[in-house]
Design a protein around this ligand. Sequence first.
Ligand SMILES: [Fe+2]
Ligand SMILES: [Fe+2]
Length: 271
Amino acid sequence: MVVCKTGITMLKARGKKVLRISTGSITLTNLTTFEKYSHVKKMREEYGKLDKVEMSIWECCELLNDVVDESDPDLDEPQIEHLLQTAEAIRKDYPNEDWLHLTALVHDLGKVLLHPSFGELPQWAVVGDTYPVGCAFDESIVHHKYFKQNPDYNNPAYSTKYGVYAEGCGLNNVMMSWGHDDYMYLVAKENGTTLPSAALFVIRYHSFYALHRSGAYKHLMNGEDFENLKWLQIFNKYDLYSKSKDRIDVEKVKPYYLSLIEKYFPSKLRW
Ligand SMILES: [Fe+2]
Ligand SMILES: [Fe+2]
């Protein structure tokens, strides 16, 4: 095992080299105290340039196997297993919604932000629950008490119910805390995916538990958001409970997913 000075541990797991970023317990407080409006703006600008890597969706699935998400209870499982288990479980129950199968395959690809080619962002800036910034933090957000240390908490511009937003403005106009969700949304959108808006919504808000579990922030949603939320709630059941069930024969299902990638994405994407 080699530990380098940035805190990255290289270890062997399942015969593969895996990157583990040792932020440990500080992840949680950093997530709630550092994810302020200005930080999110900066990250969106930097990563929205999409000038880090050029690769296909499938190449990214393979790259993701080298990254460990410490918030994931199934650390032993390669990420591609989780992606394919989620996708295959949805495919079984919703055989005609091929866009949702592909959405499941790509939903966590933004976790490549943990990889050195993407600047090795710390865990708190990539995984964990997401929430709007620029308005009051809802009490249903996990570990809400830590927000008192967030500079936005005491900023009158950002601490009211609506903050910088207007009623029913649509989530598309609301800035979310930075993480793998928003990044993958940007990648898909900017590379011209033909996936429907429900797919982009699922990708972008799948860690927004205050919304899809607690029903918060409805005052910022518009009609399209309410429609798309139905799909997010369906998706979320599979995202959480597909893990560690049937093992997936990757080579067997790969041709099907390659055909979906070809249908909805360009062959190479800018990341
Ligand atoms: Fe995720
Ligand atoms: Fe996931």
